[in-house]
Design a protein around this ligand. Structure first.
Ligand code: FES
Length: 118
């Protein structure tokens, strides 16, 4: 990652994980696409498993992707792969197969974002 001169010290980027991340996952935790309880449970699992696994991925909780059905949603970039209906059990498969194993879990892909350019 390249950092340009700005008032934010490099260690802030380091702390955020930008310096080593290969991927960035975004998660919508509801409340329209899934229940808030379902979404919060998934978010807690994602935080825990990303840290435990040491996968080179940043993770961000999103408020809403404006899909508002079929969630919780998980978007993986730079591939631009969107998984819907993600449960903690499914996230574990996505973690092992996609984030660690570099192989998309095709049967759960709901959309691919052409803006990703990959
Ligand atoms: S609330 Fe999840 S996409 Fe809108």
């Amino acid at each position: 990652m390249e950092c340009f001169p700005n008032p934010v010290p490099p260690e802030f980027f380091e702390r955020a994980g930008l310096m080593h991340a290969r991927r960035h996952v975004f998660v919508c935790i509801g409340p329209e696409c899934c229940s808030s309880a379902e979404g919060e449970l998934l978010w807690e699992v994602i935080k825990k498993r990303v840290k435990q696994s040491g996968v080179a991925a940043m993770r961000t909780k999103a408020a809403c992707f404006r899909i508002c059905a079929g969630g919780p949603w998980l978007a993986v970039y730079p591939e631009g792969v969107w998984y819907g209906g993600v449960t903690p059990e499914r996230f574990e498969v996505i973690l092992q197969q996609h984030l660690l194993g570099d192989s998309v879990v095709d049967e759960w892909v709901a959309a691919r974002c052409p803006a990703a350019g990959v």
